[in-house]
Design a protein around this ligand. Structure first.
Ligand code: FMN
Length: 183
């Protein structure tokens, strides 16, 4: 798929086929993240890949109460948890750039995945307090986001429809609402 087609056709996938993500696709996804730009090239991102179905179910459970709405990840064939090493953070104007850097890398991963037909869904609703000890990651790491990865089920199901309707997922603000040309 052309880059433009990837961006135009991507959507959040919330129901997956059981087929695994092929290793060459997973490697390309991780490589796309690795090559992302970052503040002062600090590369604060760290990725944890889960493919074992029992581990994924346990991880979904350990997303806590707030993560209940994202329980659909338990049946995904692959989950990637995007973390950041805050010791590699750069602060500018009071803003922590590890978040920006890791978000850029994770989005690159998602777009390359989609270029192979592998869907994803950015998830921000999880309890970091519960997930961190379960993952056993060090104190200076933050969990920025996580996403299931897999081939989309043909029918996305009722839950996906409800979330999409609730979030207004198809809507985007028009350019004149988000862009201002300074003459
Ligand atoms: C930072 C962030 C957090 C999100 N958290 C969740 C989430 O916890 N659960 C979920 O189902 N979708 C989540 N989404 C997906 C959005 O709902 C979705 O991207 C938006 O509605 C647009 O729909 P689309 O991705 O299908 O274009 C999140 C997206 C972002 C960027």
């Amino acid at each position: 798929m052309e880059c433009n087609d990837v961006i135009l056709s991507r959507y959040s996938v919330r129901k997956f086929l059981p087929d695994p993500v092929p290793q060459f696709v997973l490697t390309e996804m991780l490589e796309a993240a690795r090559l992302a730009p970052s503040t002062q090239n600090k590369q604060p991102w760290r990725f944890i890949v889960l493919q074992n179905p029992d581990k994924i179910k346990s991880m979904a459970f350990n997303c806590g109460l707030i993560g209940l709405s994202n329980f659909f990840i338990r049946s995904a064939p692959c989950v990637v948890i995007a973390c950041a090493d805050t010791e590699q953070n750069v602060k500018i104007n009071g803003q922590d750039y590890y978040l920006v850097d890791t978000a850029i890398a994770f989005q690159q991963m998602m777009l390359i995945a989609w270029s192979h037909g592998v869907g994803s869904c950015w998830l921000g609703a999880f309890s970091e307090k519960r997930l961190k000890p379960w993952l056993g990651i060090s104190d200076n790491w933050r969990i920025v986001a996580l996403s299931p990865f897999g081939y989309p089920a043909e029918k996305q199901g009722l839950y996906a429809k409800v979330v999409k309707a609730f979030a207004g997922s198809k809507d985007r603000l028009p350019l004149d609402k988000i862009v201002r040309y300074l003459d």
